[in-house]
Design a protein. Structure first.
Lengths: 91, 199
C-alpha cells in the first residue's frame, strides 16, 4: 500500500476514535429518553432497510463467512500470538 | 445517561427500545426458559447507545443435552423463527458441538439474526457465570461483564471492534474496577493506551 493511502487510513481511524469519544461524552450528559430516541431513529431505519435485502439465506451465510475470514486476516498478529494455543478466537 | 451500575447489575431507566432491542427480547423470551444465556460482542455497546447497527447478535449458552436442544428447536420453530443454516435439528446440534455458531432469524428474514453458540473455553464460562443483569424498562437482559467485553473487543482488533471497546470504556470508566480491566487485557494480550483506554 502506498504511503499516502496508509496515511489516509490512519487519519480516518483516528478521526473515527475522536468521534466515538465525543459521542460517548454526549450520551453521558444526555437523558436516556433523548439519546435512545435518536439512536432508535438510526437503528430502526437500518432494521427496516435490512428487510429489503435481496439475498437468499445461503448467499447471506457465504457473505458472512467471507467477511469473517477477511477480518481474521486483519487481526493484529500480536493479539493472535497470545492465543496461538487456541484453535478459535474466544466467543 | 442515567445508569446505575452496581456489580453485576446495571439499571437503564427511560430507554427507548429499538426494533433491534425488541428482536433480542422476543428471542430471549423463547430461549430463557430452556437455558441461561449471555449476550456478547457488538450488541453490548449498542445497548448502551453506540451509534451503529448490527446484523447479528451473539449469544452464548451452556452445552445443552440433545433433547433440550430439540425442545428449543421446536419452541423457536413454533415461535416464528427459522434457522438460516441448511441443517435439521440434529445437524444444528452437531454444529454447536463442533464449536460453530448457528444463525436464527424471524421467518422470511435473515437480518437481524441471532448467532447462538455453546460455551467453548474457560473465558466463555466466566462470561456466563459473571454475566451482568441489565434492567431496561419492563424487561431484563444478561450481557457479558463490561471489563471482559472491552478486552475482548480490543483483541478482535478491527476498527469497529476497537471503537466498541473505546465506547464502552468511555461510558463505564468511572464505574469499572480498573484492575479487573487490566487483568483481562493481560489475559487477551492487548493494550489500550494508544486508544486512550488507560488502566
Amino acid at each position: 500500500m502506498n504511503m499516502e493511502l496508509l496515511f489516509d487510513r490512519e487519519a480516518h481511524a483516528k478521526e473515527r476514535l475522536a468521534f466515538v469519544r465525543t459521542y460517548a461524552a454526549w450520551v453521558k450528559r444526555t437523558p436516556n429518553a433523548e439519546w435512545s430516541r435518536q439512536q432508535a431513529l438510526l437503528i430502526n431505519s437500518f432494521f427496516e432497510n435490512a428487510r429489503n435485502m435481496p439475498l437468499s439465506p445461503r448467499d447471506y451465510l457465504l457473505a458472512v463467512a467471507g467477511r469473517k475470514k477477511n477480518s481474521r486476516q486483519e487481526t493484529s498478529h500480536t493479539a493472535l500470538e497470545s492465543f496461538d494455543a487456541r484453535s478459535d478466537p474466544p466467543h | 445517561m442515567d445508569i446505575r451500575y452496581s456489580g453485576n447489575r446495571i439499571l437503564v431507566g427511560d430507554k427507548y427500545l429499538t426494533l433491534l432491542d425488541q428482536f433480542v427480547l422476543d428471542f430471549i423470551r423463547v430461549l430463557e426458559p430452556k437455558t441461561p444465556y449471555v449476550i456478547v460482542s457488538g450488541y453490548v455497546a449498542i445497548l448502551f447507545g453506540r451509534s451503529r447497527g448490527t446484523e447479528d447478535i451473539d449469544i452464548l449458552i451452556s452445552r445443552l443435552a440433545k433433547d433440550t436442544f430439540g425442545e428449543l428447536h421446536t419452541a423457536l420453530s413454533e415461535g416464528g423463527y427459522e434457522f438460516l443454516n441448511a441443517e435439521d435439528a440434529d445437524g444444528l446440534y452437531d454444529m454447536l458441538l463442533n464449536r460453530m455458531g448457528i444463525r436464527i432469524a424471524k421467518k422470511g428474514q435473515f437480518i437481524p439474526n441471532i448467532e447462538l453458540k455453546f460455551l467453548k473455553d474457560d473465558i466463555d464460562r466466566t462470561v456466563l457465570r459473571d454475566r451482568v443483569e441489565v434492567n431496561l424498562p419492563g424487561v431484563r437482559v444478561y450481557i457479558s461483564p463490561i471489563d471482559i467485553q472491552i478486552a475482548y473487543k480490543m483483541y478482535l482488533g478491527s476498527q469497529k471492534d476497537i471503537e466498541d471497546a473505546l465506547y464502552l470504556w468511555e461510558i463505564f470508566k468511572d464505574d469499572l474496577n480498573h484492575e479487573d480491566v487490566k487483568k483481562w487485557m493481560k489475559t487477551f494480550g492487548v493494550r489500550g493506551d494508544e486508544y486512550g483506554i488507560v488502566v
